[in-house]
Design a protein around this ligand. Sequence first.
Ligand code: NDP
Length: 497
Amino acid sequence: MNQFSLPDKPHQYQNFINGTYKTSISNKTFERESPGHGVTVGKYPLSTKEDTEEAITAAKVAFKSEKWSSLTGADREIIIRKAAGIIRARKKELALIETLESGKPISQALDEMEWAAGIWDYAATLARHIAGDVNTNVGSDMTAMMQKVPIGVVGMITPWNFPLLIISQKLPIALAAGCTAVIKPSEMTPGTTLLLGEILKEAGLPNGVVNIVAGYGDPVGVTLTESLDVDMISFTGSTEVGKQIVKSASVNLKKVELELGGKNPQIIFPDADIDALIDAIVFGVYFNMGECCNSGSRIIVHEDIAEEIENRVIEHSKDVKVGDPLDPSVKIGAIINKNQYDKIINCINSGIAQGAELKLGKDSGIDDNGFYISPTIFTKVQPHMDIAKEEIFGPVLSILTFKTAEEAIEIANNTPYGLSAGVWTKDLDTAMLMTRKIEAGTVWVNNWMSGYPEIPFGGMKQSGLGRELGPHSIDEYMETKSVLIKMGAKPGNWVKG
Ligand code: NDP
């Protein structure tokens, strides 16, 4: 029997401000329907500018009090690690909420909870590794200390595709650094992020250190980005909104860290291990319905093996199960909402109109129903076509071909994005050349989408600013304060010297 089912009634959520759950000052709420079922699954506070300002004040007061940053790294570690344990213990409940709100398959939501908990564990370890630096190489009477201090109040704005995972790439690292936070989850998937309030309270986090406000980009996100009391914004979402955030953040020159979109290529050379790559390509493009910044939405394959790769990818894609996200065997669930569904269908239509060949999908006999879109594959895609350059955020694969390595590099780099890329070859020289020439924050060789909390993640070009994860991620949330100490200080002689 499937242990995951629709709720009898919608979950009721509240904002989490200064350690307390509360309704919006407006007393209004908004609802979320499961995109896979059309059933209302959550009710959330429709927060206002005033709610957001209250949360910012709570975070600022908590930061100034130093009740969090003055704890030892070891004490912060204990609390962050406890939170990791609670996320694991509540994994099924959290995964179900994500599946109901986002339409993602339950099996992928369960995996996501494990990844998220793993990052909290890693961040807990980082909390003990803040040490700054010392330089005694600037004169025998001078000692310079580079102190690491938390940046302050961090506003975190997250999207709907991996709600708990994406906030987990930001929040525990910022907490390890000693920052406080105000979080605005996507209005479509706020449930698990709102539950982080009680998880953190149970773990022992002091009141006011983390505050969570549900609502729309305007006013909640805008209030955060424009606030003089917020010292940094960490944002994941579209490149378009990322650019608006950079503009709003200039009001007090707050630091901005951005994780944005991608149009990620996988380049396949004739000597590649074809058996190994077929499943990786299929996983890369359909995972999370393709609603993934790392979606491997373009393959660029050498023309000598193009026909074989196309045929095998198409055959393998036919076995990908589409349907009810609550079914544990389903691999492609529901698209997040009607807007996104329409956007994907428009992209498919533009591919057809611009002359690419639709080999699998909409017009190939597989029905799509409501917010469901089945695996869609285009061949004969040319670099100038929109489906070769634009992020579709759906289960749509564009296949392009190349003759020379130089041509493959040119096609791969022919987008404003630079998030991730893949190379399939057994030749070391070819692999190394590609890793150097492809403009992307991550390049996978003979695999796709491996990731670890220890390894930095982020984009070049219009895919982002800064890096999440990895040992240096904590520096994103810290300032360096240089302290220069002179021994045996003597009066100076600048005026007369
Ligand atoms: P958006 O960039 O529109 O939204 C991301 C977050 O920002 C949401 O919480 C949103 O609130 C908030 N927001 C919206 N406008 C503002 C603003 N002016 N100031 C501050 N915050 C704001 O992404 P979507 O979630 O709508 O997704 C749209 C597209 O973004 C996708 O089709 C995809 O191309 C891309 N995307 C990329 C992701 C990635 O990981 N790189 C993840 C998700 C999306 P609200 O919930 O009210 O919209």
